[in-house]
Design a protein. Structure first.
Length: 371
């Protein structure tokens, strides 16, 4: 059996993650302005697709670093070009979609070209395009071509360009299943990849905490800010126990489940932040906001629990555990929906879901460590 040595996460990688989390957090501006008293479904769709696009760009670079990154001088230079493009891309985010799409797609194209450049260096060393580096180059060329088509379509005056970005996301997600080549999963350092996702998620939780600080008004003291904080911290606790404590990190895995599940983890945390901001503003339909927070919590828990396949030996998610998790979600959702106009019921219902699931996971961790 091959000994798995954890690859060190460099400080530049944390810096890189901060920029992407900032970019993703800025996307909430697309869904925090109600029209009438709800967020239009079209805005939510654009938000989700744009989030996927940005997270996929982050993953392309992260996968390179995980597989081949040595942080030589040229890698720092290319990483800086990538980060500059991220900042430009972040500043393109706007509710005016027609104005946003051209600079957004150009920035995305530059970001992906930097990753192609990095893989090309490694493929040149291997003198082959048949390995994992060659696979990635082929996939990225297809995705970049799609972004070029999107840019040309925008310049030609076509509308509904967002659907071309949807195609780019789908190609990036599914082409690895068709373009395989001589892929050796041993080049993937699973512990390093888990840590990168953990860092990205932790920073996203930090953004959520920053987003709810307006509840803490010293001139209007109440239990509301405490309840909001408890919801966020119990969600964070669930994530830490499930991903950091119960999973076995030292393994050889292609890790596709880990990657795709974290897309939804990040998006659900950000949508929770949006729901709290709408709750604070009061300018939103209560049923819509209740549905938003319930769906976000369901997506969050389904996404983190999808990683149960990586559990350490001796950890088992029994049917009884699943039943109790679903029960807590149902009870919490009922409390929210039965008392729509009561902010305390809204928050207590949410806390029933998050604290109840944390109780189940902590209990599982306790028995795992005990035996």
């Amino acid at each position: 059996m091959v000994e798995i040595v954890k690859k060190e996460v460099k400080l530049i990688e944390l810096f890189y993650d901060l920029l992407y989390v900032y970019a993703i957090s800025q996307l909430t501006s697309l869904v925090n302005e109600p029209v009438g008293d709800i967020i239009p479904l079209s805005s939510i769709f654009v938000y989700i697709i744009t989030s996927f696009v940005i997270l996929q760009a982050w993953l392309y670079f992260t996968n390179y670093v995980n597989r081949y990154g040595e942080w030589k001088g040229y890698e720092y230079v290319i990483a800086c070009i990538n980060m500059i493009a991220v900042i430009f891309m972040t500043n393109t985010i706007s509710t005016h979609l027609n104005e946003m799409l051209l600079p957004f797609n150009v920035s995305m194209l530059i970001m992906l070209l930097t990753v192609i450049a990095l893989y090309s260096v490694h493929a040149h060393r291997e003198k082959s395009l048949q390995g994992a580096a060659g696979n990635s180059i082929k996939i990225l060329i297809v995705v970049c071509t799609i972004y070029v088509i999107a840019i040309l379509a925008i310049l030609a005056g076509f509308s509904n360009i967002i659907w071309i970005d949807v195609v780019a996301v789908l190609c990036g997600a599914f082409l690895p299943f068709f373009i395989k080549g001589k892929f050796n999963k041993n080049i993937i350092n699973f512990p390093h990849l888990v840590e990168r996702f953990e860092l990205l998620t932790i920073i996203t939780f930090g953004e959520a905490i920053v987003g709810m600080t307006h509840f803490f008004d010293v001139n209007n003291l109440s239990l509301i800010p405490i309840l909001v904080f408890l919801i966020i911290i119990t969600m964070f606790g669930c994530y830490v126990v499930q991903i950091h404590e119960l999973m076995s990190h030292f393994r050889q895995e292609r890790s596709l489940r880990l990657m795709f599940s974290h897309y939804f983890v990040i998006i659900s945390i950000n949508l929770m932040t949006v729901a709290f901001e709408l709750l604070h503003s009061g300018h939103v339909n209560h049923l819509f906001n209740a549905a938003l927070i319930i769906i976000s919590l369901i997506v969050f828990y389904v996404s983190i629990m999808a990683n149960k396949e990586y559990y350490a030996d001796g950890v088992l998610l029994a049917r009884n555990d699943i039943f109790r998790m679903i029960l807590f979600i149902i009870i919490g959702a009922c409390v929210i929906l039965l008392f729509l106009d009561n902010i305390y019921a809204f928050l207590i219902g949410s806390l029933i879901i998050t604290a109840g699931n944390l109780h189940i996971l902590v209990k599982k961790l306790y028995f795992f460590r005990k035996y």
